[in-house]
Write a protein that binds this ligand. Structure first.
Ligand SMILES: Nc1ncnc2c1ncn2[C@@H]1O[C@H](COP(=O)(O)OP(=O)(O)OP(=O)(O)O)[C@@H](O)[C@H]1O
Ligand SMILES: [Mg+2]
Length: 283
């Protein structure tokens, strides 16, 4: 444990020597498209996700949050960006398998150093925060590497899957989770890293709202929110729907559209298939 804390401190020292990349803090001059055509066209012309933004990806269980995160990784790797998938849930092999099912060249991305997928234990994060807090005599953690980022890999894009798993490791210590989250967002902003932070929400009424638990801090700090829903149509069939709920300073289409997850294709978003009021229920 002591060793990992020392490593964390070393990492942050190394990182803080480097200048923040262009667009740090969400410069509105530079936009990124995640490379998922139907989704990208939900932005008005000339807009996209501002570089350096921390975006929440919220949705119910099994709604497609992980697949959306992996689709974004594929699209970003294709654009030559360096990507880091931080999994606190599924093991690396399973995520690689998902990508292979969708015919995304994951082995090539990893071999070329474009992609790193790492599974973390959320309890390690909470234990480290606890140790650091007692070492700092309960003061705020200033300039501390928040989640064991690798020192030898500087990503342009990160997916954290999921904040929900991390928060459950802080159960009963909500204030510590809040400190951790603030550190995480500060770190991402300082380093100009665009990030998708996946969060499971139990019911759609909680989406994007400032509700009790960890959500309060998280929704306030995030620059954008993308929501993925499980849908039941009145005729009884199920489907998926996605929308951009919030993206600070960006012009986007405020519409809930359908998507499908298909073998060999991945996630296909239909930007023109808007869900009609009264024909469906969000779950
Ligand atoms: N290869 C595939 N072909 C077709 N559908 C798939 C494929 N892989 C996954 N799916 C579908 O995608 C759905 C969403 O999966 P995903 O793991 O992204 O959800 P999630 O929101 O991350 O779930 P969890 O809450 O468990 O983390 C699955 O329930 C499954 O129906
Ligand atoms: Mg998942």
């Amino acid at each position: 444990m002591i060793k990992s804390i020392k490593q964390m401190v070393r990492n942050i020292k190394k990182i803080s020597k480097g200048k923040p990349t262009v667009g740090a803090g969400g410069s509105k001059e530079t936009y990124i498209h995640i490379g998922l055509e139907g989704f990208d066209s939900l932005f008005e012309q000339g807009y996209g996700i501002p570089t350096g933004y921390a975006v929440l990806v919220e949705g119910g269980p099994g709604s497609g949050k992980t697949i959306f995160g992996l689709a974004a990784i594929d699209g970003m790797c294709k654009q030559g960006k360096k990507c880091f998938y931080m999994s606190f849930e599924e093991p690396e092999v399973r995520l690689i398998e998902h990508m292979k099912n969708f015919k995304w060249p994951v082995d090539e991305y990893i071999k070329k150093g474009k992609l790193r997928i790492t599974r973390f234990d959320a309890l390690d994060v909470s234990r480290s925060v606890e140790a650091l807090l007692s070492a700092a005599k309960k003061e705020l953690l200033i300039d501390v590497d928040p989640v064991l980022f690798p020192a030898d890999f500087k990503p342009d894009f990160i997916v954290v899957d999921s904040l929900t798993s991390i928060s459950s490791a802080f159960s009963g210590q909500e204030s510590r989770f809040r400190i951790y989250i603030e550190q995480l967002f500060r770190y991402l902003e300082k380093n100009g890293i665009t990030t998708f932070l996946i969060r499971e929400v139990s019911t759609p009424t909680h989406i994007g709202s400032t509700y009790k638990e960890e959500g309060e801090a998280v929704s306030f700090l995030s620059d954008g929110i993308i929501v993925i829903y499980n849908v039941i149509y009145n005729k009884g069939d199920r489907g998926g729907a996605i929308e951009i709920l919030k993206m600070r300073g960006v012009n986007f289409k405020k519409r809930l559209v359908s998507f499908k997850i298909m073998d060999k294709k991945g996630m296909v978003v239909y930007p023109k298939t808007v869900l009609k009021k009264g024909t469906f229920t969000l779950t």
